[in-house]
Ligand binder design. Structure first.
Ligand code: DC
Length: 227
């Protein structure tokens, strides 16, 4: 199996670039953020407060009654919370914030660890997240840390929200990007950081096609790669 670990901050182009590369390569694209988002959604629906002080209750809820599944249909990832496809419901600003909170909890990261490793063991994957190269797949064949300037990332995120009809402002999105960068890279558990053996890919000056081509070249440069 070929495992590509793709980490980086919000809005760096990870998911769109990884999805397109995976499609061209015939690999499975795994968006691990969707798993954290689903856990957050489940906590909110069950009125369980997401905070370090309440970690025990969060952990009991997830271990006790969350059946989290993941499927690729026509190249598109779907996540299921107790049988319900929540793929669209987890893409709101409210869930973004809650997912950042839930992802800081050790028990949640533990809950999701084996699920992510199992997928990578069985498939050629491009797995996108924050700790894939550092924690989940330390022996990945290729590790890429993809990033861009905060303003560029916020603009991309803002355009996505506008396209989906979600009401917000650029300033709000930029503040959220900065806050989430801070949270994701300062948490004690599996903080966002570039693995020592990861290749840095800065997409600030690259358009979508340029970013895709850069990642494709890196994967196709692997000795293990056979088309
Ligand atoms: O990539 P995203 O925005 O969908 O991720 C949602 C949140 O989950 C984000 O705050 C970071 C966190 N996350 C994480 O801690 N580890 C991952 N592997 C993926 C996401």
């Amino acid at each position: 199996m070929i495992n590509v670990a793709l980490d980086g901050p919000v809005g760096a182009g990870k998911s769109t670039v990884a999805r397109e590369c995976a499609k061209r390569l015939g690999f499975v694209y795994v968006d691990t953020g969707a798993l954290y988002r689903s856990c957050a959604l489940y906590c909110i629906r069950n009125n369980v407060d997401i905070s370090a002080a309440n970690e025990k209750a969060v952990s009991e809820l997830l271990d006790g009654s969350l059946d989290l599944n993941f499927e690729i249909i026509d190249g598109v990832q779907h996540v299921y919370v107790n049988g319900e496809d929540v793929s669209d419901k987890i893409r709101t600003p409210e869930i973004s914030k809650a997912a950042s909170d839930v992802s800081a909890l050790t028990s949640v990261r533990k809950f999701l660890l084996d699920r992510q490793r199992e997928i990578a063991a069985k498939n050629n994957v491009i797995m996108d997240g924050r700790d894939i190269g550092t924690v989940i797949l330390p022996n990945a064949d290729l590790k890429v840390f993809i990033t861009a300037k905060p303003e560029v990332r916020a603009k991309r995120r803002y355009d996505e929200f506008v396209a989906k009809g979600i009401e917000t402002t650029f300033e709000e999105v930029l503040a959220d990007v900065n806050q989430r960068d801070y949270n994701d890279s300062h948490r004690a558990e599996a903080p966002l950081r570039q693995a020592e053996d990861a290749v840095l890919l800065d997409t600030s000056e690259l358009d979508f096609e340029g970013s895709v081509n850069s990642l494709m070249k890196l994967v196709q440069g692997l000795r293990k790669y056979e088309k």
